[in-house]
Design a protein around this ligand. Structure first.
Ligand code: COA
Length: 382
C-alpha cells in the first residue's frame, strides 16, 4: 500500500502541464515571445491583424496573405441580427462580461459548422469571432449609454474601426495606436487561467465556441482579467480631480496605498503568478499610457499612477502587471470601466483560439486527480 502523501500544488502553482508553441513567458528575463517574436517588437511594428495571423499560423503573413486575411476579417465585422436581439434582451444592469459570454455562446449555437472541430473549421470560427467581437463590445457600451449601433467601416483597420464603432467617430492616430498596442499586449500569455479553461474544455472534444465561452467566464474574475476594471475603481476611490497637479495626486495616492496595505488589502493591478520581478508587458503599455496622458492633457492620472506604484514598491516591492497601465489608458480613451475586461476578451480571443487549435491537434483529456479529505466511509442510518 502506498502510504506517502501525494504532493499537492494548490492552484497548480509551478506545475508544467503541457508544451506549447504559441508563446513563451520567461519570468527570469521578463520576456514574452509570441511564436518567437518579442511582444514589444510586435506592438511597435505590426498591426493587430498581423499578430492574430501569427498566433494562428505560426508565421507573420506575407503582404498577399495579410491582404487576404484583412479582407476576410473586414467582411465579417457586422453584428449578427440574432446576436443583437439577444444582447437587447439582457438588462443593462448585467455586467458586460456576461454579455460577452452570452454572445460567444450564441454565435456558436447559430454557426453552420457548430460541431465541426477540424483545423479548417476552427480557423474559420476563430476569424469570425475575432472579426465580430468588437461589434459586440462596442454595441454593449453604446446601448448602456442609450445609443444605437454604429455599423463597421471596411476602410478602417481593426483598431481604428473598433474605436469608430464604439464612439461613432474616427479617433486620432495617437489614440488608435495606443489602443492597438493594448490589443497586441493582451493577445496571448501561455497557460493563464482562461486559456487553460479553454484547453480543458477543448480536451473533452467540445467545440471551439464552448471553449471560448468558458474562457470568458474565467477571465471575468478580478484575480485575472477583471483586474483592469478594479484598477480604475481604485483610481475612482482615491478620486480623479482633473485640475489637480501631478504631485498632489501622487501624494493622495501614496497615502491611500499606505492605508490599504496597513489593512492588508490586495491592491489590484499589482503582482503576478509568474512574473515576480515585473511584468514584461508593462513598459510598452506604460509608454502607451504616457502618450494618452499627453494627448488628453491629463497629468493628474499619471500622478495617481506614480503615487500608488511608488508606495507599493516601498512597502512590499511588488511590481505592477499589465492591467495597471491599461486601466487608466482605456479610461482616457473614453471607455466605461465595465467595458475594460470585454476589451481584453476581444484581444485574447486570438490567443485562446490558437491554444484551442493546438490542444485539438494533439489532444489528451485533461483530468487531474484529487486527494480526498472528507469523512471516512459511513452509512445511512435507516
Ligand atoms: N496587493 C497586495 N499584496 C499582494 C498583492 C497585491 N496586489 N499581490 C501579492 N501580494 C502579496 C500577498 O498578499 C502575499 O503576501 P504574504 O506572503 O504576506 O501573504 C505575497 O504578496 C505573495 O502573493 P501571492 O498571493 O502568493 O501570489 P500569487 O502568485 O498567488 O498571486 C496574483 C498572484 C496575481 C493572484 C496576486 O498578485 C493578486 O491577487 N494581484 C491582484 C490581482 C491582479 O492584479 N491580477 C491580475 C494579474 S495579471
Amino acid at each position: 500500500m502506498n502510504t506517502e502523501e501525494p504532493e499537492i500544488r494548490k492552484g497548480l502553482n509551478g506545475v508544467v502541464v503541457d508544451t506549447t508553441k504559441v508563446s513563451k513567458v520567461n519570468p527570469e528575463t521578463n520576456s514574452l515571445l509570441y511564436r518567437g517574436y518579442p511582444v514589444q517588437e510586435l506592438a511597435e511594428k505590426c498591426s493587430f491583424e498581423e499578430v492574430a495571423y501569427l498566433l494562428w499560423h505560426g508565421e507573420l503573413p506575407t503582404d498577399e496573405q495579410n491582404e487576404e486575411f484583412c479582407k476576410a476579417e473586414r467582411s465579417q465585422r457586422a453584428l449578427e441580427p440574432n446576436v443583437k436581439k439577444l444582447i437587447d434582451l439582457l438588462p443593462t444592469s448585467s455586467h458586460p462580461m456576461d454579455v460577452c459570454r452570452t454572445a460567444a455562446s450564441a454565435m456558436g449555437a447559430s454557426h453552420p459548422k457548430a460541431e465541426d472541430s477540424s483545423r479548417e473549421a476552427n480557423l474559420a470560427k476563430s476569424i469570425s469571432l475575432f472579426a465580430a467581437f468588437p461589434a459586440v463590445v462596442a454595441y454593449d457600451q453604446r446601448r448602456r449609454r442609450g445609443q444605437d449601433v454604429v455599423e463597421p467601416r471596411e476602410d478602417l483597420d481593426y483598431s481604428a474601426n473598433f474605436l469608430y464603432m464604439t464612439f461613432g467617430e474616427e479617433q486620432p492616430p495617437a489614440v488608435v495606436d495606443a489602443f492597438k498596442v493594448s490589443m497586441v499586449l493582451y493577445a496571448e500569455h501561455s497557460f493563464n487561467a482562461s486559456t487553460f479553461t479553454g484547453r480543458v474544455i477543448t480536451s473533452t472534444l467540445a467545440d471551439l465556441h464552448s471553449a471560448v465561452t468558458g474562457a470568458i467566464g474565467a477571465l471575468k474574475g478580478p484575480l485575472h482579467g477583471g483586474a483592469n476594471e478594479a484598477v480604475m475603481d481604485t483610481f475612482e476611490e482615491i478620486g480623479i480631480r482633473k485640475e489637480e497637479s501631478k504631485e498632489d495626486a501622487a501624494a493622495r495616492a501614496k497615502s491611500w496605498m499606505e492605508d490599504a496595505l496597513a489593512q492588508k488589502k490586495k491592491v489590484m493591478g499589482f503582482g503576478h503568478r509568474v512574473y515576480k520581478h515585473g511584468d514584461s508587458r508593462v513598459p510598452t503599455m506604460k509608454a502607451a499610457l504616457d502618450a494618452m496622458v499627453k494627448h488628453y492633457e491629463r497629468d493628474e492620472i499619471l500622478g495617481l499612477y506614480d503615487g500608488l506604484q511608488a508606495a507599493m514598491q516601498e512597502a512590499k516591492d511588488i511590481q505592477p502587471n499589465l492591467d495597471y497601465p491599461t486601466g487608466p489608458a482605456f479610461h482616457l480613451m473614453g471607455f466605461d470601466t465595465p467595458t475594460f475586461t470585454p476589451l481584453f476578451v476581444a484581444s485574447r480571443i486570438t490567443g485562446w483560439t490558437a491554444h484551442i487549435m493546438e490542444q485539438a491537434e494533439d489532444n489528451a483529456l485533461i483530468r487531474p486527480l484529487s486527494a480526498y479529505s472528507g469523512p471516512d466511509e459511513r452509512h445511512v442510518g435507516k
